[in-house]
Ligand binder design. Sequence first.
Ligand code: FAD
Length: 287
Amino acid sequence: MLLDLGGFCISRYSFDNYLYRVAQREGVSFKLNSEVSAINFDGNQFEVQAGSEKMNCDLVIGSFGKRSRIDVQQNRSFVKKRSPYVGVKYHVRNNHPRDLISLHNFLGGYCGVAPVEDEVTNLCYLTHRDNVRRFGDIEEMEREVLYKNPLLKHIFTTSSFIYRKPEVINEISFETKRPVENHILMAGDAAGMITPVCGNGMAIAIHSAKILSEVVIDYCRDRIDREALENIYVHQWNSAFRSRLWFGRNVQRLFGNPRFSTLAVNVARSSKSVANFILSRTHGKSF
Ligand SMILES: Cc1cc2nc3c(=O)[nH]c(=O)nc-3n(C[C@H](O)[C@H](O)[C@H](O)COP(=O)(O)OP(=O)(O)OC[C@H]3O[C@@H](n4cnc5c(N)ncnc54)[C@H](O)[C@@H]3O)c2cc1C
């Protein structure tokens, strides 16, 4: 089906580098190869620790992704719950059409195929850790579970893999998070992560950064104080994303269950309005 808003795929590797160059041109200074280990708020000021260096600042934006040591240091509630989801990603070359994103189902998970830059295709799936445990080995699991879907078997066996090993991400959590925690303003996955089945995580990360930037500008121009900044951002974040994330979690439940997912795909295929409804609830509007 066609996406109303259109769409294109780009790797984080290229996009982050592009953003880095733009910000550098605008005068932003970066500290590369430096990991933040602690953030503390005291007396209306933050102290940020990175290696042996300590910095003080007025505002901190947490854009550290879905799971970071900062989540542990800040004692965020979602890190205390174990999550059963495992993500596996490859970069491959194959003849997948450059204007097509496809989503394939298998027992206990789903796999997205999306062309990125330089004739490379991103092949990425999400599964339950029980699937990995059962076979003890990613390749064996792929042969025994993913290959049961003939389309996935075709993609895996006819692609040439650019790296020998996949990138494997454990403990992917879709639990609700808070967009402001201990006065840190969270953006992107740090504020909340939409399930990958919606294919919208990067757009939401960019959109949340836009909403946050506008409120931060008001704060920096002394139009609002810290309390108002935090309240406005929480309100705007919730109105823009909360129900989309909730809907995404429920759509994901359909995938991986053979009976429900076949039914859902058949209904969405035969009824354009059902498919459009699902897209409208997860994809949001242009911004
Ligand atoms: C299996 C899977 C498939 C996906 N498929 C899609 C898709 O098809 N389309 C889509 O749009 N989205 C997809 N996503 C989601 C998408 O990747 C994220 O939503 C998006 O990358 C969020 O951007 P972010 O900047 O918030 O976080 P990230 O891209 O994770 O960036 C966070 C950065 O912070 C850095 N960092 C973390 N901790 C620290 C620290 N303490 N100090 C310094 N730096 C730190 C990290 O190294 C990283 O560079 C998928 C995700 C998964 C797991």
